[in-house]
Write a protein that binds this ligand. Sequence first.
Ligand code: IMP
Length: 320
Amino acid sequence: MRLMVATGNRGKLAEFAAMLGGSGIEVLPLPAGAETPEETGTTLAENALIKARACHVAFGGASVADDSGLFVDALGGAPGVRSARFAGEDADDASNRARLLGEMAEVPAGLRGAEFRCVLCLVGEVGEARYFQGVVRGTIALAERGGNGFGYDPLFVPDEGDGRTFSEMLPQEKDAISHRGRAIALLAAELGVAAGGGRVTGLDHVQVAGPAGCEEAMRAFYAGLLGLEEIPKPEPLATRGGVWFRLGAQQLHVGIEKEFSPARKAHPGIRVTGLASLKERLSRAGVAVIEDGLLEPYGVNRFYADDPAGNRLEFVEIIG
Ligand code: IMP
């Protein structure tokens, strides 16, 4: 299958190519000189649709576009959908980072939380649109660190990492936990291919964390209640603690943390069929459902619940 990626951002294109290359999908860049449409939407999903649709109309065939941004808690969610133009209409990555550091100058360490969000819109051969989203939480560093990646990567320290910024990580380390990596993994699962084909040195996985001794509670929750299949610890990671489950095209790793803090909540998305019966099963077992409703603007049912270690999980219904 050929898939055109509707972006002029080389950093994004590299991540699509790395994750989908080798999977049987031929990732095509926009033809040289192709015009990109104005992003007039007010949400990531609207902008992703505008870009994917324009690409599909101009060049035919399946097209995918990403719209993404950095949402900083202390700035009320800014720069958000305006991340690419935070420092003004002629902004570049360096001036956007300088503005962010300036706005965060007085913000103390405990209040520097932020998240990257990504929405992918896939417009298929016959023009139908499908959406995939990914989120990664982290904190804004006090100064830039690292030389990889693009955009705000030198300032973003993911909660699920070891204190390095995205720019200090290898590309595949970033892809395994990033907002775009997660959305691309969902896209790949939808297209029936394994993301990361050909370039994975370790293993892509979604990681949640629990306190020492949480294995049995996690087994009861993930295998017993959710019905996920427990799998043997993958060879390259055999020395790590925790329990592994199959989660669609990915693995879910319940890691054990010596100094577990519920503040380091992960946010993996779990796609299920029969959302209503799962919700009922969870509530019969005393697991509280937090926020229940429609995932706008996709019109897809979803709810959130916390696992025994306090990691927030998003359950999204598979439709179609
Ligand atoms: P878009 O092209 O409107 O989606 O702009 C997204 C902007 O958000 C980019 O220009 C970056 O500034 C920022 N951004 C999105 N994803 C990332 C990422 O993975 N790393 C760093 N910055 C990102």
